[in-house]
Each structure stands twice: as structure tokens, then as C-alpha cells.
Design a protein around this ligand. Sequence first.
Ligand code: ASP
Length: 345
Amino acid sequence: MCPSKSRCAKLVVSAFVLAAVVDGIAGPVLAANPAPATALVVHGGAGTIIKGQMTPELEEQYRAKLSAALLAGQAILQAGGSSLDSVVAVLKILEDSPLFNAGRGAVFTADGRNEMDAAIMDGATGKAGAVAFVTQVKNPITAARAVMDHTDHVMLAGAGADSFAVAQGLELAEPEYFFTDRRWDQLQKAREEENAAKTGNLSQDTPRPYMGTVGALALDQQGRLAAATSTGGMTNKRLGRIGDTPIIGAGTWADSKCAVSATGHGEYFIRLAVASDICARARYLDISVENAAETVIHEVLSAGGGTGGVITLDDHGQISMPFNTEGMYRGFVHADGSPTILIYK
Ligand code: ASP
């Protein structure tokens, strides 16, 4: 009868509220019902983590930034704010940090520029917004949100996306803002590896761990899911290359029951439509989102040679975070609990 557990719970809640009002006329008022539990999940990429190269100080910086982002998103959810506002707040904090491959810390393209992609999807309405290879927007996720909220389109790219962001009055940044020594060094290394591969000194299949997208999923007090993902793409990518992040159904997806944000080698995630495949499998096969995500990452993606992972969230607040790399920066927080942060397997 009820479309979902949470909807049933709401009907029960409404009945209690009604009873309380009626009862209040003649007798004692029942205790107010608590708002449904909220949930928030975050990732900071799966492709940059090599345990041997991590120092305790750096690990602590990652943990602290992911916690701060979760707490900011949690505060919005606890105050009754929307899942959309929550995921944008989380991503802005991660985009502003040089630690992650998004916004400030975006990786460099083959020609030494920063071209960023981002997407957002509203599970309650099915609306979505995305930008691809933007170069001037300080927080690409705000441009994706503006595309969703203020245009009839889903995705804007390149110069059109940048000029749209200007017209929307979004905060801009000069190219120098996106320059970090660490990412520049990674580009030089990637170029060396590419040359070595061309001269036969290095296998083309050698994994190049220069990724690190950020993503967030939220479930708000109204039971609405939202997904958001933002990235600089992959180090040494070709001019104009677009990854999975801004492609709805590949790197980002949310519907009324399931939300997914991906990180990893984008071409594989596009070809396999990873994010929407997880939610479709859960729905059509009547299995949990967690089960579907495990299958898609550990069987489908791995079988095809793709590397990376996803975070998922369902309409009951159940999360999963499968990946097939050495680690994935990730964390979650439920209701008014404390954030949990994880990095390795
Ligand atoms: N998926 C991103 C891309 O291919 C990269 C990443 O997740 O780090 O653009």
C-alpha cells in the first residue's frame, strides 16, 4: 500500500499529529514526533591514494577537511534545510581546499590549464544541472546548480558555461587561483610517463593515480535525496575532454530512492553508465542499492578494467561506499551523530 517505508512512516506520523490535535481539544497533547533521520555521505576521490606516500600530517588534513564539510552539510539538514543546499555547501568547502581535485586543487590538462566539470541532481524532482570544462568559476558546483535552477537546459560547456556563470553573478577566480605546485608536479610526472610509454619504456596500462573528484549525497528531513559531484578531471587530459562527473547517469545520479556520486577513470564510468545503472538495478531487481553498487563496482567496472568507486545513499538513509582502488577518501554522518571518515580499505 505504501510506496516506501519512509512514506508509510510519514502517514503514521500524520495520523499521530492529527490524534494529538484532536486529543488536545479534550485532553493531553501527545509528544511531537521527531523529524525523519537525515543522512549525508561524501567522497574526496579514489585515485590519488598510495598508502606509502601518505604522511600522518597529510592524512590528518584530509580527515579534518572532510569532517568540516560533513558538519557544514549536516547543520543545514538538521535545521530543516534541503538536501540540495546541503550537498552544495559540502562541495564548496572541498572545492575551496587545495587537497582535492576540484575547484582550487583541480588537476592540469595536457596544455597546462584547469578545466573543471560539475553536476547536481535533485532526486525529488528529477531535475539536474551540469557544467563542463569551465575555467573561471571558483565553485563549479554553484554553476551546475544555477544551470538547474535558472535554465531550461541540463548541461552547459566551455565558454558558454563560463559566460553563464558571469551573468549569474557567481564568484569567479583567475587562473592563478587554481595553480598548485602539487598538481603542476603531477602534470610533469604524467608527461614523463606518457613519453616513456611512447618510447616503450612504460606500459600504457600503468595506472596513473592522478584523480580525486569530490562528491556528496544527502537525505533531508522531507525524505528528498540529492547528489552532487565536482572535479578537475584527470591529469594530462586532452583539451576539451569531458569526464563522467557532469554526465547525468555516469558520475552523478539521484532519484526518489537512490543517489550516487562516482570517482575514478571517467571513460569507464561513462561507457557503463555506472551511477544510473546502480539505481536501475536496485529498482528493477528489487535489491538494495548497496548490493547493486557492490556488483557494479566489483564485477562490472572491474571486469571492464575500470578503476574507481562510488558513494551511494537510499531513501532510508542506508549508505555504501565500494571502490576497487587502494583507497577512497570518504565519510558519512547520520542525523545529529558525529562524522566517520575513512581512507583505505
Ligand atoms: N572521474 C573523474 C574524471 O574522469 C576523475 C576522478 O574521479 O578523479 O574526470
